[in-house]
Design a protein around this ligand. Structure first.
Ligand code: ZN
Length: 392
């Protein structure tokens, strides 16, 4: 068996796993037992490939993806994108939604994803939209696909909405998601939303503070989570306005996030496209405080978000590309292995799933890449391949 490198951050029990130090990886000869990579023996040759668990896509939009070619007026801020995408919904019949979502899902799988969470626009009515039904059907055929209803926070104040949607989500294994963006009744909406999630035993996922300037939704979410003692996973996406808060406020909010066990999802592709718009080249960038949050003990994950739609005309369902962009946008310095949990183990935990590491994993659940450095792994220039075909 050929020697391999394994990023240290992808090993749960380094003392038992063995191998020889090689930067932010260990190097050795794989010991496989019953189809599982259980340890590394002493190296016998130069390693030419890296082994890692399947990746996790914690935040995308399979209902919206691949619409850019037929959209008019793409280009503008968040509100412009919302209007442009809303106008496209006249095309959203069953075949259209299934074809585009299947294409997005295929891309995610080809880019190494084993677990994917997609948001699905819910719309104005309590009854599920057509896109929810189509995506639920798709999820029945793809066990690693989770769906999160994307609602507006103020909708939850209405008892008929919260009770109907809560029941549908429980019945279809959905996640309760909401858009929180300086709404007047955010606090009341959050209280009703958390009460629904507790009643129906649902995980939570927010699009929160998706803009620069004074937005306070993230702290309000943490406050309600702490007050209610909510104990299911909570993922907060975007959190861009943290960049505009002074460090003592960031610290105060981060402390609440840690205590409430909230994970923050950075979404650099869409945020860099939509936030900080001027008439010319942007001089402000939209990105959450990845470094400060992580230093404070908040788990930080990274997602692809929008792909070829009104919110981002480019993009890809590719966690490596999203993390590489975060590396550039937020100045995440090597060793990049330290940030791999953002698209693997920490992302899995944020989605309420088991955090698969390399030690003890089945070969069928692992990937290899012909690189010898974690920075090269993230460059995306070398494809990921299924481990059973390439490790033996
Ligand atoms: Zn999103």
């Amino acid at each position: 068996m050929t020697d391999v490198l394994v990023p240290k951050s992808m090993i749960s029990d380094p003392h038992r796993f063995g191998g020889v130090d090689h930067g932010d990886c260990v190097h050795g000869t794989p010991i496989v037992k019953d189809g599982q990579l259980i340890a590394l023996d002493a190296p016998t040759q130069t390693a030419t490939k890296m082994v890692l668990p399947r990746l996790v896509e914690p935040h995308c939009h399979l209902d919206k993806c691949h619409t850019v070619q037929r959209l008019k007026n793409v280009g503008g801020d968040l509100h412009h994108a919302l209007a442009s995408q809303r106008a496209d919904k006249v095309h959203w019949d069953e075949d259209d939604i299934r074809a585009r979502a299947s294409k997005g899902l295929k891309e995610a799988h080809e880019n190494g994803c084993g677990l994917i969470r997609s948001h699905v626009d819910w719309g104005d009515e309590p009854a599920p939209p057509l896109s929810w039904s189509v995506l639920v059907e798709l999820a029945e055929d793809h066990s690693g696909l989770q769906l999160s209803a994307l609602t507006s926070i103020e909708q939850w104040i209405h008892p008929e909405f919260s009770e109907t949607v809560g029941k549908v989500l429980e019945f279809t294994d959905g996640v309760l998601g909401a858009f929180v963006h300086g709404h007047e009744k955010t606090r009341a909406g959050l209280e009703a939303l958390f009460a629904t999630a507790i009643r129906h035993n649902l995980m939570l996922d927010f699009h929160v503070d998706e803009g620069l300037g004074a937005l306070h939704g993230l702290e309000q979410i943490a406050d309600v989570a702490l007050e209610t003692g909510f104990d299911r996973p909570i993922l907060c996406g975007h959190c861009v306005s943290l960049i505009d808060k002074p460090s003592h406020e960031v610290q105060r909010i981060a402390d609440k996030l840690v205590r409430a066990h909230i994970t923050v999802c950075a979404l650099p592709m869409t945020n860099l496209y939509l936030q900080g718009r001027t008439d010319g080249t942007p001089d402000r960038r939209g990105i959450t405080r990845l470094k400060e949050l992580r230093d404070a003990g908040v788990p930080v994950v990274v997602g692809s978000d929008n792909v070829a739609d009104a919110f981002c005309p480019v993009g890809a369902h590719d966690p490596r590309a999203a993390l590489a962009l975060a590396c550039v946008a937020a100045h995440l310095d090597p060793p990049m292995g330290d940030w791999l949990p953002a698209i693997t183990t920490d992302a899995a935990r944020a989605l309420g799933a088991t955090a698969a590491t390399v030690d003890g994993a089945h070969l069928a659940d692992m990937l290899t890449c012909d690189v010898t450095h974690t920075a090269n792994l993230l460059s995306g220039r070398v494809p990921l391949r299924a481990a059973p075909d390439t490790l033996m």
